[in-house]
Design a binder for this molecule. Structure first.
Ligand SMILES: [Zn+2]
Ligand SMILES: [Zn+2]
Ligand SMILES: [Zn+2]
Length: 156
């Protein structure tokens, strides 16, 4: 991500958090910057390590988790449950309402794409789950894929 784009996204994130109890503190902002700069999902420990390297300050993983919780509540970051790693939301600079995300994870290069799940798909999932006697509590989908680039490379 280019520097000017990063600045714009951070500015949007600050505006987004401009409501009571939701301040994007310098540390929370730094965590978000690390996620935005990273091309692939990061674990809390990787974030703590990078924080130390880039901002010359050590933050314990427990505080990293708390800052991530804040970023996730604000939909600025998401957790990939299947990987136990975190990524920045791809829609921070968008003006539309955040929708239930589904993540396309390339198993070859770890690139992750966040796209919205259509309401019809969520409805269909709900029906399936309810029929089986369960109640869906998390709609987020994580699909393991090959991205276009990697599928071309592996076909060659
Ligand atoms: Zn998102
Ligand atoms: Zn968007
Ligand atoms: Zn790939």
């Amino acid at each position: 991500m280019g520097v000017s784009t990063l600045d714009q996204v951070i500015k949007k994130a600050e505006e987004h958090c401009n409501h009571p109890g939701a301040k994007l503190t310098p540390k929370r902002k730094n965590i978000l910057i690390l996620l935005l700069r990273s091309g692939s999902p990061l674990s809390a420990y990787e974030l703590a390590e990078r924080y130390q390297q880039q901002f010359h300050e050590s933050v314990p993983p427990m505080s990293v988790y708390r800052m991530l919780d804040f970023l996730m509540t604000e939909n600025l970051a998401h957790k990939l449950v299947s990987e136990n790693k975190f990524i920045a939301c791809s829609h921070i600079a968008c003006s539309h309402q955040h929708q239930v995300p589904q993540f396309l994870i390339c198993d070859h290069c770890n690139k992750v794409k966040e796209i919205a799940i259509g309401k019809d798909i969520i409805d269909a999932l709900n029906i399936n789950v309810t029929k089986a006697g369960y109640h869906l509590i998390n709609h987020q989908l994580e699909l393991h894929c090959l991205c276009d680039e990697c599928s071309q490379t592996s076909a060659a």
